[in-house]
Design a protein around this ligand. Sequence first.
Ligand SMILES: Cc1ncc(COP(=O)(O)O)c(C=O)c1O
Length: 445
Amino acid sequence: MGGTATALADRLADRAQRVLVGGVSRGFNNLPEFGPLYVESAEGAWLRDVDGTRYLDCVMGWGSLLLGHDPAVVRDALRAALDSGFLYQQETQAHVELAELVHRHVPCADRVRFTGSGLEATLFAIRLARAYTGRQKIIKCEGHFHGLHDSGVLSNGATPPGEPMPDGTVVPGVGSAGVLESDATLVVPFNDPDALEKAVRAHGDDVAAVILEPVALNMGCVFPTPGYLESVREITDRAGIVLIFDEVLTGFRVALGGAQERLGVVPDLACFSKAFGCGQPIAALAGRSEVMSLLGPPGVVPMSGTNSARVLSVVGTLAAMRTLAEPGFHPRLAALNDRMVAGFTEVLTDAGVPGHVVGCGGRISVFFGLAEPPRTFRELSRAWNRDYHVKVYRRLMSHERVYGFIPLGLAPDPINLSVAHGDREQEELLDRFASAVRAVPYRDS
Ligand SMILES: Cc1ncc(COP(=O)(O)O)c(C=O)c1O
C-alpha cells in the first residue's frame, strides 16, 4: 500500500494477501501504486474508507453508478423486494416491465434477454451472430474492450497498437495468457472505414460479426468520426455480417436509447450493462427479432445461467431505469458533462498543461499531451503523456482524495460522474484537480 494506507487498511491488506490472489477479490481493485481501497460506506458521490478518509468518487463502480451510491429510489425498491423473497429463479412482472422499457427506448431492441455481466452479453452476442450467419470469424476494433473472454480481451487497450497488415487488419494484441490460439478474431483500427472495407473484402465470407463500442469509452472517450458508423452499417449490411454495438458503457448514459439513438445508426444486436442497472449485477442483450429468435429456447443458442436476471437485480434495475427515463434526466446529465469538460479544459489552459478533454454522459477523459481529440488507438497511444497522467493520479489519490483517473492500460481511463455529483462536488473536483495539476510540473515524456 502507498500513501493512503493506515492501520486498519494495512491489517486487512496483510490478511487479504494470505487468502486472496494478489490480495484482491477482483483484479481491477488492485489500484496501480495504492493497492485496494477498503471501503466502509458510500453515499452519493463519496466513499469513506475503513479508516475514515473520505474520497470524492470518480470511478463510480467503473461507470455503473449513474445515480450515485445508494440512491433512495433503488434502495427502497430492493428493500420492498426483500420482503417478498428475493431469490426465486422465475419470471416476474418486473422482468416483463424491464424488457418493455428496453424495447420501448432502444431502437434495435425488438427482443431482449437478460444476463449477468457485460462479458456474458458480448459473448452471447458473438455466438449468436455465428449461429445466425453460419460463419466463424469476427472483427473487433483496436482499443475497444468487450470483457475478458477470448475474443473480447484481444487488443483491448492494454496491449500496444498492432502493426498494420495488407488486408486492413492489424496484428492482434494478446491481452491475456491462456487465450485460445486462433485467427477467428480480426482487429481493425477504429474510425477507419477503408480498413474495414479491405478486411471485409479479404475475409467477408467468413465474417459473422463486427463488434465495436459506438463511442469508444475504453480508450479515453473517442467519438466516431462523421460518417464512420454509417459506413460500418453499410459495409456489414452488404456483406451479410451482423453488426453488434457494445453499449455496456454508452447504454442509458449517452442517451436513454444508447449511442444508437444519439448517433442514429441502428445495429443488429446490442449489449447493455453498467448504467443499465445502476449498480445491479445485470446485463441485457437486445436486437432484431430475426437474429434474437435463435436464442434458446426456442432457438439453438442456449442462453441462461443460474444467476441470470435474479429478481433482486431486475427490481433494482427497473427502479433505476424508471428514474433514467424521467423527462429531463439526460439533458441534465449532458449539462453536467459539458460544464465539467469546459472546467477541466480551463484548468489545463490556466496551468499551461497541454491536453484535450472529451466526454459524453459524464464519462470524461483528460488526454494529457494531446493537441486534438484522437481518432484511433494508435494515434492516442503515440501522443498520450502517460507519465504525467500517472503523477497526477498519484497526487489526486494521496493528497486530494480524489478516486479516479486510474492509469489502467495504454489509454487513459475516463472518470465517471453521476447525477450525485452536484454543484458542490463539481466545484470540489475541479479545485482538487487544479491543485494536483499545479503541484505536478509538466514534462513531455
Ligand atoms: C464496453 C464494455 N464491454 C464489456 C465489458 C465487460 O463487462 P463486465 O465487466 O460486466 O463483464 C466492459 C467492462 O468494462 C466494457 O467497458
